[in-house]
Design a protein around this ligand. Structure first.
Ligand code: ADE
Length: 301
C-alpha cells in the first residue's frame, strides 16, 4: 500500500505515472481526494489560496506515504481568481511532473445570504471563485497539456437541482459549472478529454463544520436525506476516482450525485411560510380564494 492510513476500493497503483491537479486539495473534500489519489500512486499538485494550511496538509499527507510509493505531492499557492497565479500553478505542475492527466476543480466558497440581501460584491466574489475560477484553471490545463494529450476533468459542484435557497450565488455558479462541463464534453471530445461532475449532498467534514458555525446544517438535513445519514468525504473521493479511472472511459458530460438520494427528495431544509401572495390566474372571480377554500373544505360546489 502506498499509504497506510487510507482505504480505497480501487486497486493500489491504479494511478501510478499519472499526474493530477486538485484545487482546494489541502482541506475537506479536496484533501480526501488528494489522499486517495496518492494512495493509488498518483503524483498530485494541490492548490489553495491559504498557503499555511496547504503546506501543513501537504506535510501531513507526505508523511503518510510509504517510502517506496511512486506518489508525489506538490503544494502550490494559487488564488484561482487571478489568471497569472493560475498560469503559474499550471506551469509549476508541468515543470515538476511534465504532464497533467487529471484536473479536479474543487476550490470554491460561499456564504449564507438570501438573494434579497446580497450585495453585488458578495455575488461577484462567489461567481468569480466558483465559476470563473473553474473556467480559468480548466482552460489553462487544456492549453498546457490536455489539448495535445487528452485527460479527465472532474468538477466538484453541489446538489443544486432544486435551487439553493440561502445560497443563490453558489447554486447559480455550480449550475453554471455543470453546464460548462457539458459544453466541454462536446468541444473537447475530439481531444480525448472527458469532463464530468460530482455533486455532493450534505457531507461531513471538519472544515465544513467550522464554516457553518451556529446553523447546524448537518442535523437539519438528515431528515431530508433518504439515506438518513450524512455523507463522508471518502464517499465523494471514491466517485472522483471512479470518474478519473478507465472504468469511466465511456462516461462524459454527466454528474454523479453523491447525496444519499437527497437530490430526489424534498427541497433541503427550507421552509416556505404560509402566505396569500401568489397571484392568481384570474378570469372573473378570485380563483385564488376558491382554491384555498377547496383545501379548507369551505368551497361549495
Ligand atoms: N478557495 C476558496 N477561494 C479560493 C480562491 N480564490 N482560490 C483558491 N482556492 C480558493
Amino acid at each position: 500500500m502506498a499509504c497506510n492510513k487510507v482505504l480505497s476500493v480501487f486497486r493500489p497503483g491504479l494511478f501510478t505515472n499519472q499526474v493530477a491537479i486538485v484545487t482546494g486539495g489541502g482541506s475537506g473534500i479536496g484533501k480526501a481526494i488528494t489522499r486517495e489519489l496518492l494512495h493509488l500512486g498518483c503524483k498530485v499538485v494541490i492548490a489553495s489560496r491559504k498557503v499555511e494550511r496547504l503546506n501543513q496538509s501537504a506535510d501531513e499527507m507526505k508523511q503518510e506515504l510509504d517510502k517506496d510509493s511512486p506518489a508525489k505531492l506538490l503544494p502550490v499557492q494559487c488564488n484561482i481568481r487571478q489568471q497569472e497565479e493560475v498560469k503559474l500553478l499550471v506551469s509549476s505542475a508541468m515543470e515538476k511532473f511534465g504532464k497533467i492527466n487529471y484536473l479536479i476543480n474543487n476550490s470554491g466558497g460561499e456564504f449564507y445570504c438570501p438573494v434579497a440581501k446580497m450585495s453585488l460584491k458578495g455575488w461577484n466574489a462567489v461567481i468569480d471563485t466558483n465559476l470563473t475560477g473553474t473556467f480559468q484553471v480548466t482552460q489553462q490545463v487544456y492549453k498546457a497539456y490536455m489539448k495535445e494529450h487528452g485527460g479527465s476533468i472532474v468538477n466538484i459542484v453541489v446538489d443544486n437541482g432544486n435551487g439553493m435557497p440561502g445560497m443563490g450565488h453558489s447554486g447559480a455558479a455550480r449550475a453554471g459549472i455543470e453546464n460548462l462541463s457539458k459544453t466541454l464534453a462536446l468541444e473537447w471530445a475530439k481531444d480525448g478529454i472527458r469532463v464530468n461532475n460530482v455533486a455532493p449532498g450534505t457531507i461531513y467534514s471538519d472544515t465544513a463544520a467550522a464554516n457553518y458555525g451556529e446553523f447546524n446544517l448537518f442535523a437539519e438535513t438528515i431528515p431530508y436525506t433518504p439515506a438518513k445519514r450524512l455523507g463522508t468525504v471518502e464517499e465523494v473521493s471514491a466517485a472522483v476516482s471512479f470518474l478519473l479511472s478507465p472504468a469511466a472511459a465511456f462516461i462524459t458530460g454527466t454528474t454523479i450525485a453523491v447525496s444519499g438520494g437527497s437530490h430526489l427528495y424534498k427541497n433541503q431544509c427550507f421552509e416556505i411560510p404560509d402566505h396569500d401572495k401568489m397571484p392568481a390566474y384570474t378570469w372573473g372571480k378570485s380563483e385564488k380564494r376558491l382554491l384555498k377554500d377547496a383545501v379548507t373544505g369551505k368551497l361549495s360546489p
